[in-house]
Design a binder for this molecule. Structure first.
Ligand code: SAH
Length: 354
């Protein structure tokens, strides 16, 4: 990716950085200095371990990622942090950092906006503005690490969920490159097993992903027990059916040896009756999978509502009775617009005076 005439160092693998150093006629040991600086998000002009003439030659051609945290909000309820990142071209994306006992999980965006059109999702309301490059995805993790390390030098991102704005499998090549980059030993060295990729179910790409040898946790935004209900809320259901998604998931489970997670947002009056739960259970029976139930975060632009606690608990109880492994996703950062796309929208709206 070329930005204002400059390229991104963050999207290069270590071997590519080594080649670059050679092209600049610099000594091989500079590669690890550059890589270490990239890992910390330091732009070339500030890579003080490099001789100043090389620094300026590199700075003339490259920036690290162009991603910076512009605003951060911390939840008083649970310490969840919400970030508004600015990109090199002024676009804005958001991220969420959730602090769990077992480590910090960062929610990463893969596109500015999204073109999938799910009715309940704020990220898609204005369509997809552009894809993010692998370097910009890595830039989000680096920026979050940087912020965490200022709070406490021991802190960093341990787990990643590709659940920010965008449809990861609609930006497949850059997402796969990101997975390999973030996993590099010389880079951030985050295990692919600590990464979840969430998709609305682009079936052909689920097959391709199963052949990459990247054991990410595949999460499917199912949100319905059958295609008729799914079509009411997710336009992608017109392209790929639930039986085809399930088949692709079974293939993924067989090839990767990992269970698949189904996400299910409960929308009042749409998908959360006891019979919906029974139907969902029979769909998933015998599959190595887990269901994550999340009561809808209502989006003010749409008239879709969160069901009552009674309806939510009843839905979960039916699944349990049917022996489906299920948990209720904790709603984190409720006070800071933790849900998908809401913060970016209110920010973009503020700027545009909407
Ligand atoms: N495009 C990917 C990742 C995006 S969002 C996907 O579809 O999976 C991550 C999850 O949040 C998805 O399961 C998405 O369906 C869900 N989601 C979006 N808006 C929501 C809302 N208002 N309430 C609850 N879950 C929501």
């Amino acid at each position: 990716m070329i930005l204002n005439g400059k390229k991104l160092l963050a999207e290069l693998f270590y071997a590519e950085i080594a080649d670059l150093i050679k092209e600049y006629g610099e000594k091989p040991f500079r590669s690890s200095q550059v890589q270490q600086a990239v890992n910390k998000g330091i732009d070339p002009e500030n890579m003080l371990s490099l001789p100043s003439d090389f620094r300026s030659r590199l700075a003339a051609d490259y920036i690290v990622s162009g991603v910076r945290i512009d605003k951060a909000f911390t939840s008083a309820l649970d310490g969840t942090e919400k970030y508004l990142y600015t990109l090199y071209d002024g676009n804005v994306i958001e991220g969420v950092l959730m602090k769990y006992k077992y480590g910090n999980t960062l929610c990463v965006s893969t596109q500015v906006g999204c073109r999938m059109g799910c009715l309940f999702c704020a990220s898609t309301l204005e369509g997809c503005v552009r894809n993010l490059s692998a370097g910009e995805m890595l830039g989000q993790v680096i920026a979050a690490n940087d912020r965490l390390s200022v709070q406490n030098s021991e802190q960093r991102v341990h787990n990643i969920v590709l659940m920010g704005s965008g449809e990861p499998l609609d930006n497949y090549d850059e997402v796969v490159r990101f997975l390999r980059l973030v996993n590099q030993r010389e880079g951030l060295n985050i295990s692919v097993r600590n990464i979840s990729l969430s998709t609305c179910g682009i079936v052909p790409k689920i097959y391709t992903l199963a052949d990459e040898g990247l054991p990410v946790t595949l999460c499917i935004s199912l949100h319905a027990p059958n295609d008729a209900v799914r079509k009411q809320i997710m336009p992608v259901a017109n392209a790929y059916s639930i039986p085809d998604i399930i088949k692709a998931c079974r293939n993924y489970i067989r090839k990767m040896g990992r269970r698949v997670v189904f996400e299910y947002a409960l929308i009042d009056g749409v998908n959360c009756s006891p019979s919906d739960a029974v139907e969902l259970a029979s769909l998933l029976r015998g599959m190595q999978c887990h269901v994550n139930v999340i009561p809808l975060n209502s989006v003010k632009e749409r008239s879709l509502n969160t069901p009552s606690e009674t309806i939510t608990n009843r839905f979960i109880d039916v699944l349990k009775k049917e022996h489906i492994s299920v948990t209720r996703r904790r709603e984190m950062g409720d006070d800071i617009q933790g849900a998908c796309g809401q913060l970016r929208r209110s920010h973009v709206g503020e700027v545009a005076g909407k």
